[in-house]
Design a protein around this ligand. Structure first.
Ligand code: ADP
Ligand code: MG
Length: 250
C-alpha cells in the first residue's frame, strides 16, 4: 500500500521543505517510487527541486481547485514532483464554500496511488485548509520539530488538531514519528530539550535521531540539489538513510 506522509508542523522555518526533499531522495535511492507534493503557496520545495515557480503552466492548485489531473514533473533527482506557486494562496478562500472540501487532495491523488511507494506532502506553515486537506489525504504524519523550548507550545496545538481529524475525517491517520531538526547537540539547552521531547513524545510515536544543524543544507538548496548529491559524505546522510529504512517498514 502506498504510504502518503504529510510533513506537518504549523510553525514555519522548522525544516519541513528541506526534509521532504532529502527524505524523498533517500527513499528514491532505495528504489522506492517517490512523488513529492508541494502544498505551500510559498513553494520552497518547488524552488529547492530546481523549478522556477514563475513560468509554471499548471500547479497543485489546478488539481485541487480545478479538479484537473495532477501536473507531474518527472525524474527530478530520481523523484517526481507536483509543484506549487503563489496561485495556491487563493485556494484557502476558494475552497471555503466547496462541497466536501476536506477531500479535495485525497481525491486528486487517488488515481496515482498505484504508481508510487511513497507520496510525501510538504505542508504549509499553518493550520488552514491546505494543511487540513493534506492530513486528510495522508496515511501517516511526520512532524519535524526543533529542539527549542517553544517547540512544545506548538506541539499541543498540533496534537489537538490531529486528534480532531482522527475523530472525524481521517480515522486511520497514523504517526510516522517526530523528527528533531536543526539540532545543535553542543548547546546544553538543545540537548536538554531533545531529552524532554523524547520523554514526552515517545509514548505517541517514534522520535527519530536528530538531523544536525548544518549550513550545508542551505548550500545544497542554493544549488537546488539534495544534500546527498551536494555532499555525499555529510553525516546527516546516514541519518536520512536510517530514517528512510524505518519509513519503508511502516
Ligand atoms: P520550512 O519548510 O519548515 O519552512 P525550510 O525547509 O524551508 O523550513 O528551512 C528553513 C531554512 O532552514 C532554510 O533556509 C533551510 O536551508 C534551513 N535548514 C533546514 N534544515 C536545516 C538544518 N538541518 N540545518 C541548518 N539549516 C537548515
Ligand atoms: Mg516549507
Amino acid at each position: 500500500m502506498t504510504k502518503v506522509i504529510a510533513l506537518f508542523n504549523q510553525s514555519g522555518g522548522v525544516g519541513k521543505s528541506t526534509l521532504t526533499m532529502n527524505l524523498g531522495y533517500a527513499l528514491a535511492k532505495k528504489k522506492q517510487k517517490v512523488l513529492l507534493l508541494d502544498l505551500d503557496p510559498q513553494a520552497s520545495l518547488t524552488t529547492f527541486m530546481g523549478i522556477d515557480t514563475y513560468d509554471l503552466d499548471k500547479t497543485i492548485y489546478d488539481a485541487i481547485v480545478g479538479e484537473e489531473d495532477l501536473p507531474i514533473y518527472s525524474q527530478l533527482h530520481l523523484m517526481d514532483l507536483v509543484p506549487s506557486n503563489i496561485n495556491l494562496s487563493g485556494a484557502e478562500i476558494e475552497l471555503v464554500s466547496a462541497l466536501m472540501r476536506e477531500l479535495k487532495l485525497k481525491e486528486a491523488i487517488a488515481p496515482y496511488l498505484s504508481k508510487y511507494d511513497f507520496i510525501l506532502i510538504d505542508c504549509p506553515p499553518s493550520l488552514g485548509i491546505l494543511s487540513i486537506i493534506s492530513l486528510v489525504a495522508s496515511t501517516h504524519l511526520l512532524v519535524p520539530i526543533q529542539c527549542q523550548f517553544k517547540a512544545f507550545q506548538g506541539t499541543d496545538l498540533l496534537l489537538n488538531t490531529v486528534a480532531k481529524l482522527r475523530k472525524s475525517v481521517n480515522k486511520n491517520l497514523a504517526f510516522a514519528g517526530f523528527m528533531p531538526t536543526m539540532y545543535d547537540g553542543r548547546t546544553a539547552q538543545e540537548s536538554r530539550t531533545y531529552e524532554a521531547i523524547k520523554e514526552q513524545l515517545f509514548p505517541l510515536a517514534t522520535v527519530f535521531e536528530p538531523i544536525p544543524k548544518s549550513i550545508a543544507f542551505a548550500d545544497a538548496t542554493e544549488k537546488r540539489v539534495p544534500l546527498a548529491i551536494y555532499k555525499p559524505k555529510h553525516p546527516a546522510i546516514k541519518i536520512f538513510n536510517k530514517i528512510s529504512q524505518q519509513l519503508i517498514k511502516l
